[in-house]
Ligand binder design. Structure first.
Ligand SMILES: Cc1ncc(COP(=O)(O)O)c(C=O)c1O
Length: 378
């Protein structure tokens, strides 16, 4: 009997164990060497000036909202097809999340829908690079300039993805990465805030350190309360885990890329009647290979596929329940988003992670093929 194929499995290295042990032996569990080493390494990898390791992508997004001075009466435009954190960070500032529609061909924000939603109250746009593939950043940068907005990249999926010659997360005013155990780089629950607009850097240290000036004491030997803030920085154990992953980043990304390319090559041929792959080849966009999504024609066939794969011991999942359709989202927004609803009803993610073997990938592809054969003529 073949073993069950998991949906995701983080990769752990020998370094991971050694570094975690080092933290325990050194007894420095906060703001230690692995926090600063990871931040330095990320800066070098993605070529940027300011990186702060945070407890999560959610906290990085929250800090970006505080630094942007988002407040009551302000509106922030974002996709509805995203995780709750992209909207929660806006609500936590008492501002209003405004949901815009996405493109069906890449699951990223539709620029036209975004522009239609801009009002006098709009202060910022949060783009999500879905699955690790970039939004059309030139168009968003134009919009930012035209309406004088703050641009935040929710790059939870997109570490090491690129747009033209820039790494995702380094293009807008802020970038937020997730190093949750479900992501390409794993720190347990962890993330990073990238600040690309220099005017926000100084205050960030205070907000990230519970509102204190711990990092800029100068001649004083005590620190004090300066501003609002919280404990947003990553624990040292998570930082050690992240550091070990960063040391093995080439291996992780190459293995993910290989799987992604295999799926694409074999499944692209089957596209047409009942599903398509929401990916457009574009030389300006370098994939971070976080997810491999396919979109079925309707929810019935989507659920039938998930069930079929499960019967064959392969775990596949749909993704977000659109925020504007959720119980909580309906209290905030009465909008209808045609493409978001279509994508929600059809999208399924296939397993993709470094320890997935070639044999397992082949077996997933074979099962996919047999499902399509059986169901194309219904
Ligand atoms: C688009 C997006 N943003 C933010 C998050 C939140 O990330 P974290 O768990 O690191 O807070 C997720 C989580 O999966 C996500 O998918």
């Amino acid at each position: 009997m073949p073993k069950k194929i998991k949906f995701n499995e983080p990769m752990v290295f020998n370094d991971s164990k050694n570094y975690l042990l080092k933290v325990v032996n050194n007894k420095v569990f906060a703001d230690g060497e692995f926090q600063s080493r990871s931040e330095k390494k990320i800066k070098k990898l993605i070529n940027c000036e300011s990186v702060n390791l945070t407890q999560s992508c959610s906290s990085a997004l929250e800090v970006s909202m505080i630094l942007s001075n988002i407040k009551k009466g302000d509106e922030v435009i974002l996709p509805s097809y995203t995780f709750t954190s992209t909207a929660n960070c806006v609500l936590l500032r008492n501002a209003k999340p405004v949901f815009a529609d996405i493109n069906v061909n890449d699951v990223n924000l539709d620029i036209k829908s975004v522009e239609k939603k801009i009002t006098k109250r709009t202060k910022a746009i949060i783009v999500v690079h879905y699955g690790g593939v970039s939004c059309d950043m030139d168009k968003f940068l134009k919009l930012k300039k035209k309406y004088n907005l703050i641009l935040i990249e929710d790059a939870a999926h997109a570490f090491l993805g690129k747009y033209k010659n820039k790494y995702l997360g380094t293009i807008g005013d802020f970038g937020a990465f997730s190093f949750h155990e479900s992501k390409n780089i794993v720190g347990g629950q962890c993330g990073a805030l990238v600040i690309n607009n220099k005017k926000f850097i100084k205050r960030a240290d205070v907000v990230l350190d519970k509102g204190t000036n711990r990092r800029s004491l100068g001649k004083k030997n005590y620190y004090s309360w300066q501003d609002i803030g919280s404990e947003y920085r990553s624990p040292e154990l998570s930082a050690a885990l992240v550091y070990s992953q960063l040391n093995n980043i080439k291996k992780i990304q190459n293995l993910r890329k290989k799987i992604w390319i295999n799926y694409f090559r074999d499944l692209k041929k089957l596209e047409g009647k009942i599903f398509y792959i929401p990916y457009i080849r574009n030389k300006d966009k370098t994939n971070a290979y976080h997810t491999f999504p396919v979109i079925f024609n309707n929810i019935k066939i989507r659920d039938k596929f998930i069930k079929f794969m499960r019967q064959n011991k392969i775990l596949c999942y749909f993704h977000y329940y659109p925020l504007h359709m959720s119980n909580y989202g309906r209290k905030i927004s009465k909008t209808k988003l045609k493409n978001t609803e279509k994508v929600y009803k059809g999208l399924v993610r296939l397993p993709i992670y470094p320890s997935l073997s070639q044999l397992q990938v082949m077996s997933i592809i074979q099962k996919f093929q047999s499902f399509i054969k059986k169901n194309s003529y219904l």
